[in-house]
Design a protein. Structure first.
Length: 300
């Protein structure tokens, strides 16, 4: 008998980016929906309460539940408040995708010759969101620049030493995770704006990797010969990036009708497909491969 699965991603981002897709995979009928609340935390909280117990899993979008310094995680205060009324439905913020799947994507891109990371200058917009991706890039001899202060706190400096980055994050994350979410991440209409600022960080990088809304907020007018490794792009985003000269776009989540969903939504789907309450790395990789939830590459 075919299993029916319904996933809802509730995002603090713009409602203009809402999307519903339906598809079938491995004897399951899937409906995935993204609902943006335009930065309204109270509205998001009410949506979690409304759909609790009525869907198979929630994706938490527009905010992470956790930020990471290597294996150590820190809970974001505002994110925890959002789900205080959720009693039945599991809530996933994409951490499993970022920690387990994204390093595999980087490794696969290297092994297949799609991207040679050795010696490449890679700007990671937020290492505390993608710590394991950054570690994998470093293991492949990429020159990694951590943009957390620029993209997370709007401060004009980056970190190029992994050891220093790890030390700074361990010291700062207990305090940073107490800040209001709109300080840490573009929400609502801020996701629709692009300010031509901090252009030098894009210009000196071969590859920009991280959350698309973080990348977009300071996206320059020219992206000639640049590579983006990201997610959550729409058809309109892809068209715009092509016109700006982007060389290649990699989304770590699959393309559905021209759209890639956030890591949180795909992680919610993986949990619902698994039927388990706790997954390890092998579970993620197996379910992704079995259900054709692979990454997407577009060359312009």
């Amino acid at each position: 008998m075919e299993k029916k699965i319904r996933i809802i991603g509730i995002s603090l981002g713009s409602s203009k980016r809402d999307k519903v897709v339906s598809f079938k995979t491995n004897n399951a009928s899937i409906e995935m929906q993204r609902l943006g609340t335009d930065g309204d935390l109270k509205k998001a909280q009410e949506l979690y309460r409304e759909f609790d117990g009525k869907v198979d899993a929630f994706g938490m979008g527009g905010i992470d539940l956790y930020l990471w310094s290597d294996e150590k995680k820190f809970v974001i205060r505002d994110a925890k408040k959002l789900i205080k009324y959720v009693k039945k439905t599991p809530v996933l913020d994409g951490s499993g995708i970022k920690n387990y799947w994204e390093p595999c994507v980087i490794d696969d891109l290297q092994k297949k010759g799609i991207i040679d990371f050795k010696g490449k200058k890679v700007l990671v917009t937020s290492g505390v969101e993608r710590f394991q991706m950054a570690k994998k890039l470093l293991s492949l001899k990429a020159n990694v620049e951590f943009g957390d202060f620029v993209f997370g706190l709007n401060l004009p400096f980056t970190i190029r030493s992994f050891r220093l980055f790890k030390f700074v994050t361990l010291m700062m994350l207990p305090f940073v995770t107490q800040l209001p979410i709109n300080v840490l991440y573009p929400t609502g209409e801020a996701q629709e704006r692009s300010i031509n600022k901090y252009q030098k960080y894009y210009e000196r990088s071969d590859i920009i990797a991280g959350d698309f809304h973080m990348i977009k907020q300071f996206e320059p007018n020219s992206l000639t010969n640049k590579i983006f490794i990201t997610n959550t792009v729409t058809k309109e985003d892809i068209e715009r990036l092509g016109k700006k000269g982007l060389k290649m776009l990699v989304t770590v989540t699959p393309n559905f009708e021209g759209r890639s969903f956030g890591a949180n939504v795909i992680e919610a789907l993986i949990f619902a497909l698994s039927g388990k309450k706790r997954l390890n790395r092998e579970d993620y990789l197996r379910i992704i491969k079995e259900n054709n939830l692979d990454y997407f590459v577009k060359k312009f």
